[in-house]
Design a protein around this ligand. Structure first.
Ligand SMILES: Nc1ncnc2c1ncn2[C@@H]1O[C@H](COP(=O)(O)OP(=O)(O)OP(=O)(O)O)[C@@H](O)[C@H]1O
Length: 183
């Protein structure tokens, strides 16, 4: 069975990962599953998301869920599904775990970037994200590994970003960023 291809989007909250994922799904020639950290965390019981459990209990359950998401990625790719991973690499260990689990798979690692000022503007406008989340993640997400491709959502629409990714994907037979992390 042919392995699926992985497009791995890494960026802070409000950087535009979900918007790009939806455009990619629309314009790519083959079907890709969109897998996000948010979707996995929302599989938890409501009490773990609304403050109904002690902080330590919630943190433990969330870390377990992130680990589960990471292990699901190679399972889907091995079964032949193409996947778009929409993730926030705020922990070095998360990136190392994904690089290790996805060793041997075709992974295009995309850094989704945007200025802190614009992230804070989007965060305030959205109203459904904790204020300060993007700022907390800003200096962490791109510090643990360099992407194959950097996409700036401040100066490009989500569709333009998706088109750049599609062009890069179609013009390269292999990608190096995850391989570098595995060494
Ligand atoms: N390229 C873009 N240009 C301008 N605004 C954008 C762009 N991409 C996304 N946005 C806006 O930024 C906000 C966040 O977008 P989106 O949900 O795609 O980000 P995200 O990285 O998936 O965030 P989160 O991780 O918090 O779910 C939305 O209001 C969206 O309309």
């Amino acid at each position: 069975m042919a392995q699926g291809t992985v497009i791995f989007l890494n960026g802070t909250s409000s950087s535009g990962k979900t918007s790009i994922s939806l455009e990619l799904q629309r314009i790519l020639d083959e079907p890709y599953l969109h897998i996000s950290l948010d979707q996995f965390l929302h599989m938890l019981p409501a009490d773990y998301l609304n403050g109904g459990k002690p902080e330590e209990t919630t943190t433990h359950a969330m870390m377990q869920t992130v680990k589960g998401m990471h292990h699901a990625l190679p399972a889907l790719a091995a079964a032949g599904s193409n996947i778009i991973v929409d993730h926030v690499m705020q922990e070095k260990q998360w990136l190392e775990e994904c690089a290790s689990l996805l060793a041997g798979y075709k992974v295009l690692f995309v850094s989704v970037v945007c200025s802190l000022e614009e992230l804070q503007r989007r965060e305030t406008e959205r109203g459904d994200r904790n204020i300060g989340l993007a700022s907390y993640q800003y200096n962490l997400v791109h510090s643990h590994g360099i992407g194959d491709l950097e996409i700036n959502t401040e100066f490009n629409s989500a569709l333009e970003c998706a088109e750049k990714i599609k062009t890069y994907l179609n013009n390269h037979s292999q990608f190096n960023a995850f391989k570098a992390l595995q060494q």
